[in-house]
Design a protein around this ligand. Structure first.
Ligand SMILES: CC(C)(COP(=O)(O)OP(=O)(O)OC[C@H]1O[C@@H](n2cnc3c(N)ncnc32)[C@H](O)[C@@H]1OP(=O)(O)O)[C@@H](O)C(=O)NCCC(=O)NCCS
Length: 382
């Protein structure tokens, strides 16, 4: 048997902040279809002459069947369903006020700290990671560190949908190297401003949320539900199939106009089918290889907290690994309620569905998405 190379680091507490507003598929589709009708009416002559294509209606049936999503939470609902705007109306906060993603993260962090039985002053590393960061600098993590009263150091990072698992792994490195003693990893995914609500293929995909995890050495952990990280496996493989070109470079493009900031590539874009085809084998192989290396039988995995992008992907992964359909408790789903929440998805599932596990029970937290990137953690309740 191979030696355990990452002993003694635990997730000692988790937290989830759920934003105040919901948008159901029905509300979203109603607004999108009203936009389509007005667009097609405005361009009826060009459409009749074949110079432009008419836009197609979206349907709740497609969304639920293709993705499993029934609703999503958003921080700011105002503006999203307004067919003249289709974008949340978010007022700019003064620089002296707490940033919006710092606020989301702090709500989740406080719950994680309470569950871990830790005080903010005991945290000496804060990692903030999200698919779309609020700003490049000063790092939002440093703002969170100051607002909570943590010590040590803090930084931002991103690996898109795998930011939470890669963040946990990075915190483990610091704990093992002795550059930190207790780490807070926060993942405020404020996705709604990055959605093109005028795009039929993607207007339904994302929701807002924030998650938090406390990591520390096993001997110091005092939380009620503590999970030892038995192994972590990270993989990236370049792909343009999930991409955004939103960038500080956009404004320096020659002949730039305001309309450029609303073009499709400034939002989330994906080749959904290709993502399915290319990413699924990578995920299945990585988990199988990881279990083999750790000499763990899939029958000994009590739960899989999988990335929450698409129900059909999760069913596929679980069926492939188990060689049968998974029961809900074996691979819990939260994306029906939260939609795709990028890197936060697997952590929401873990947070909501871990308390019934007993010491010795093992599980897998696995994220996957843009990059491509995959992060898989084998954990065991202690
Ligand atoms: C996005 C996703 C839900 C789309 O599901 P899909 O089954 O691949 O659907 P397709 O894009 O192939 O579209 C199928 C049909 O539905 C249509 N369609 C697309 N959006 C629609 C909508 N909102 N309402 C109704 N029909 C729609 C398409 O036009 C297409 O029609 P056609 O067959 O006549 O060409 C799915 O591909 C996905 O989730 N993929 C990857 C997920 C992922 O992990 N992403 C990582 C990001 S974190």
């Amino acid at each position: 048997m191979k030696k355990n190379v990452t002993p003694g680091i635990v997730i000692s507490g988790t937290g989830v902040f759920t934003p105040p507003y919901t948008i159901t598929n029905e509300e979203l589709v109603h607004s999108y279809n009203a936009y389509v009708d007005s667009y097609n009416n405005l361009h009826r002559n060009e459409i009749a002459k074949g110079e432009m294509s008419a836009l197609q209606h979206s349907t709740c049936e497609f969304i639920e069947k293709a993705s499993g999503i029934k609703q999503r939470y958003v921080m700011v609902k105002e503006g999203i369903l307004d067919t003249h705007r289709m974008m949340p109306a978010i007022s700019r906060r003064p620089d002296e006020e707490l940033s919006i993603t710092a606020e989301m993260a702090i709500h989740a962090a406080r719950e994680a700290l309470e569950n871990a039985g830790r005080k903010p002053g005991e945290i000496d590393l804060v990692i903030y990671g999200a698919s779309t960061s609020e700003r490049p600098w000063p790092a939002v993590a440093v703002e969170i560190q100051a607002a909570l009263g943590c010590t040590g150091y803090a930084f931002d990072m991103t690996v898109a949908c795998s930011t939470a698992t890669f963040g946990i792994s990075t915190a483990m490195d610091a704990l093992l190297a002795g550059t930190a003693t207790c780490a807070l990893v926060v993942n405020p995914e404020f996705a709604s401003p990055q959605i093109n609500f005028r795009d039929r293929d993607s207007h339904f995909i994302f929701g807002d949320v924030a998650t938090a995890c406390i990591l520390e050495k096993e001997e110091s952990a005092k939380g009620k539900h503590v999970f030892r990280i038995l192994d972590r496996k990270l993989k990236t493989q370049f792909s343009n199939n999930i991409r955004t070109n939103v960038s500080f470079l956009t404004k320096s493009e020659p002949n730039i106009t305001l309309g450029r900031f609303y073009e499709q590539d400034q939002f989330f874009i994906q080749q959904g089918r290709k993502v399915f085809k290319e990413l699924l084998p990578l995920i299945c192989n990585l988990i199988e290889q990881q279990l083999k290396e750790k000499n763990i039988d899939i029958k000994d995995i009590r739960r899989m907290w999988l990335h929450q992008a698409n129900i059909n992907m999760n069913l596929f992964v679980a069926r492939h690994l188990l060689a049968r359909d998974a029961e809900f408790k074996e691979a819990p789903v939260v994306l029906d309620e939260y939609a795709n929440t990028a890197s936060a998805g697997s952590i929401i599932a873990f947070h909501k569905y871990h308390e019934d596990l007993v010491p010795g029970d093992k599980g897998i937290i696995c994220s996957f998405g843009a990059g491509y990137s995959i992060g898989s953690l084998i954990v065991e309740k202690i």
